[in-house]
Design a protein around this ligand. Structure first.
Ligand SMILES: CC(=O)SCCNC(=O)CCNC(=O)[C@H](O)C(C)(C)COP(=O)(O)OP(=O)(O)OC[C@H]1O[C@@H](n2cnc3c(N)ncnc32)[C@H](O)[C@@H]1OP(=O)(O)O
Ligand SMILES: N[C@@H](CCO)C(=O)O
Length: 365
């Protein structure tokens, strides 16, 4: 196992922990869809009948929230973090080394809650739902967190010990750290910045154009048709490149142009089979508008005022949330900083599964 960490920000040192014991299989979660009534977003958009899909694992939640962990998925992920998840899911989930008995997020120790994101297409309200469909409002990361807060309140959760999120989920984890309706003790923000950079926004804008420029998009009124599959596939291919690194691509495909083309084609095709175009535009819109400092006097003031403890984790070759951005987040919040060393870029938090688990084990200890 690769040695990691020991790169610290202003406060606190993260130390390399011992090798994890063998893990046993993650148990099946309990899955609920919570009906939460009318929801109004930051921009005034209304969802008349908000519903939030949540998966839960592990020990019963303590009344003081001291064993509650909230796990927030990335842009196109879902609440199936690990373990058996039904026919639509890979059997192992997306963070099988992170969640389970004796895993870093230990289902024998914690009550773990994973919601599906607002605006997506995995069971929580989104534009693929009737009756709103294309009239579903634009959403922000703050709206997504507000919906998740409502879900936890409906479950009777009044405090969260650790919120952990990666990528778009890391943006939500940071917004969770800022709100006070359901206080958070510790936020672990993996591969996410405090504010979307111009580079990130530029790539997201290209993806938006790819979808909305497909004639089959029809202003979002494509229900009953195949929809904008060419534009959505191109958007995913662009996105996938931002999740990898030049070094990683060179290593894998430097002398294999056909392999590269096939790999990109595979990612485009696989994505249109599992994702809704309207949801994708809502989710990348939320990501592009991410700014912890909005309405809070700017990023520096917002970070300094966070009521939660923060650990920020970068991937060494990430261009989506660069190590410099993630380190600045940690420093601004007076928190801890750790690095996943990877040649692969942003997706390092998925591809370096053991290293990611090692980092999370140490910060949750
Ligand atoms: C954290 C979250 O919530 S996000 C959820 C996780 N993300 C996803 O599942 C998104 C889709 N998956 C991925 O992006 C990637 O598979 C990762 C990041 C999970 C893993 O990356 P890698 O191990 O590098 O896998 P890779 O990008 O090669 O993808 C593997 C697939 O590509 C296919 N593939 C690889 N090379 C080629 C090629 N040259 N030609 C055609 N297909 C190819 C493989 O057959 C495999 O197909 P399958 O998924 O149907 O089994
Ligand atoms: N590869 C992940 C990370 C992007 O945030 C996803 O598709 O959601």
């Amino acid at each position: 196992m690769t040695a990691v960490l020991d790169r610290t920000a202003r406060a606190g040192t993260v130390v390399t922990p011992p090798v994890s014991p063998a893990q046993t299989t993650c148990p099946a979660p309990r899955h609920d869809v919570l009906r939460l009534g009318r929801f109004t977003g930051e921009g005034g958009g209304v969802v008349p009948d908000l519903h939030v899909s949540v998966r839960r694992w592990g020990a019963a939640a303590r009344a003081d929230g001291s064993n509650v962990v909230l796990l927030l998925h990335a842009l196109t992920g879902d609440s199936h973090v690990a373990g058996p998840g039904g026919p639509a899911h890979a059997p192992e989930g997306w963070w099988p080394t992170v969640l389970g008995p004796r895993a870093p997020v230990d289902t024998e120790r914690f009550h773990v809650i994973a919601p599906d994101v607002l605006g997506g297409c995995s069971g929580t309200s989104g534009p693929a739902d009737a009756p709103l469909g294309p009239g579903f409002p634009e959403v922000t990361v703050r709206d997504q967190v507000a919906a998740e807060v409502r879900a936890l309140q409906a479950l009777g959760v009044t405090r969260v010990a650790h919120v952990i999120g990666a990528s778009a989920g890391g943006m939500r984890a940071l917004e969770w750290a800022a709100q006070r309706a359901v206080p958070v003790d510790h936020a672990v923000v993996v591969a996410a910045p405090a504010v979307a950079s111009a580079d990130l926004r530029a790539w997201l804008e290209l993806q938006r154009s790819a979808v909305s420029g497909d004639p089959a998009w029809c202003g979002g009124r494509y229900a009953g048709t195949t929809g904008p599959v060419s534009g959505l596939a191109l958007a995913r291919q662009l996105a996938v490149l931002t999740y990898r690194s030049a070094e990683g691509l060179e290593h894998r495909f430097g002398d294999d142009p056909e392999g590269l083309a096939g790999w990109l084609e595979h990612h485009g095709r696989a994505f249109v089979e599992r994702f809704d175009a309207g949801s994708y535009l809502r989710l990348i819109g939320a990501m592009a508008s991410h700014d912890l400092g909005r309405g809070r006097g700017g990023v520096a003031r917002a970070l300094a005022a966070l009521p939660a403890r923060v650990t920020a984790v970068a991937v060494s070759t990430d261009r989506f949330a660069t190590p410099a951005e993630v380190r600045a987040l940690a420093e601004g919040a007076g928190g801890r900083y750790a690095v996943i060393d990877s040649a692969h870029g942003h997706d390092g938090f998925l591809l370096e599964a053991d290293q990611t688990a090692e980092v999370l084990r140490s910060v949750l200890a």
